[in-house]
Design a protein around this ligand. Sequence first.
Ligand code: SF4
Length: 165
Amino acid sequence: MTSKFEKYHQLRNQVDQLSEQLSGLHQNHMACKKGCDLCCMDYDVFPIEYEAMKEALQNKQVDMQKSIDGSCIFLKDHMCQIYEQRPIICRTHGLPLLFMNDEQWELSACELNFTEFDDEDFTTENTFPLDKFNSKLFLLNQVFLKENNLSYSEFDLIPIHNLKD
Ligand code: SF4
C-alpha cells in the first residue's frame, strides 16, 4: 500500500541528496558537528510535514522538552532526538541558502561555517535553492490537504511544539 507521505519522503530524499552534495562543495567551510544547535528553533511547518512527523513518532519514546524562548522541543543536550525524521528546513542547516525576500534575492549562510566570505563566492550552483523546494512542498501540501479532507488553508503552518500537546 502506498503511504500518504510517499511523495513527501521522496522530496525529503532529494533535499538530503542536494544538501550532501553542497556540503561536499563547501567542505572547507562546513564545521557542523554533533552538539551544535545554533540553527535549531521551534519552526512552523506545513500540515503535511507535521502529520508525517506525528505518524513517524507514534509509539516512539521521545522525551520532548518544553519550548522556551522559541527552542525546539526535540532538542535535548544539544542533540536532535528525531534526526531521521526532522523536517526539511532542518536538513539544510549550515548550508548557504538562497531565497527571495521582499522581491530581492537574499543569501543566508551560517556564521560558524562561513566566517569569512564574499557574496560573489556564491552562485545558484553552490547554494541551496530554498524557494524551489518550498514551492514543491507547498504543492504537495495542497494535494495532501485535499486528499485527506483536512480543514487547514493552504497557507496554514503549525508550530512543531504542538506535537507535544
Ligand atoms: S527537529 Fe531536530 S534539527 Fe530540527 S530544530 Fe528540532 S532539534 Fe533541531
